[in-house]
Design a binder for this molecule. Structure first.
Ligand SMILES: [Ca+2]
Ligand SMILES: [Ca+2]
Length: 259
């Protein structure tokens, strides 16, 4: 970082270099103290290309999901496997593939991956932010009911990659279109819980697209679900899944928030 860029750091006004340096030290301290709950990139030796990912459990940071498979039992069909790469995800992303084995009936098939949070201490007294995020690349979900990313609360907070090309916030009983995606291109999704404000927000490629207050601070799990409604296989890739708890910065909270 150059002196010019240090001077460019703003907290409502231009700050002197000594303050910027102090801010950097505090930021470094904050970075070190961040608790990584899950860091899952499917690239470690415990994960094997062509097989289901190794599950994660026990102490943090966990390097695998806590469940992959078929939600809802035998009616669901598909596979969740580590792949060599796809498009911009060149370093072993996870492929979710769903096929509806009996096309035209009333049952959908699909696969899911979950990251348990209810067996972890998510937030310490000084923590003010919980972030859960991942990279997503859609291959072909034209025959599916979409790829859903959920934080399960007492209710749920969900993002849908729909077969129409829309990205939606999935609300109980309704969907809100908040963006669009291009098959083969990367989209990054973050869920953020701001403890002080008791606010959950959703960010697409770093831009907040939705926020809601007071729907609970103790999520049970993060869930990725691909559901199919046709014999045409639906395929989507995810990678670089991180769930972290961030402590309160001691100085310049506005700077840390980027506002
Ligand atoms: Ca990877
Ligand atoms: Ca069916």
């Amino acid at each position: 970082m150059t002196l010019t860029s240090i001077r460019a750091i703003r907290c409502g006004k231009t700050v002197p270099p000594w303050f910027a340096c102090l801010f950097i030290l505090v930021a470094a301290d904050r970075l070190q103290a961040t608790t990584i709950l899950y860091s899952v990139d499917f690239s470690g030796p415990e994960h094997v290309v062509g097989e289901s990912p190794m599950l994660g459990s026990g102490p943090v940071p966990r390097t695998g999901p806590t469940f992959v498979g078929r939600p809802g039992g035998s009616k669901f069909s598909g596979a969740v496997t580590v792949s060599n790469g796809f498009g911009p995800l060149t370093d072993r992303p996870l492929l979710l593939e769903a096929v509806d084995t009996v096309d035209g009936d009333t049952f959908f098939d699909g696969v899911a991956m979950t990251f348990r949070l209810d067996d972890l201490t998510l937030l310490r007294p000084t923590d003010w932010l919980l972030v859960a995020g991942m990279d997503v690349v859609i291959d072909d979900i034209s025959g599916s009911e979409g790829l859903g990313l959920f934080i399960d609360l007492p209710s749920f907070l969900g993002i849908g990659f729909e077969r129409t090309g829309a990205i939606t916030v999935r609300l109980p009983g309704d969907d809100l279109v908040v963006g669009e995606y291009v098959p083969g291109e990367l989209t990054h999704v973050d869920f953020r819980f701001y403890r002080a404000a008791q606010t959950w927000s959703v960010l697409i490629d770093g831009t907040q697209v939705y926020a809601v207050s007071a729907i609970g601070s103790n999520p049970r799990q993060m869930r990725v679900v691909l559901v199919s409604s046709s014999a045409n296989p639906a395929r989507a890739y995810v990678d670089n899944i991180r769930i972290v708890a961030v402590p309160e910065p001691r100085l310049c909270r506005k700077c840390a928030l980027g506002s």
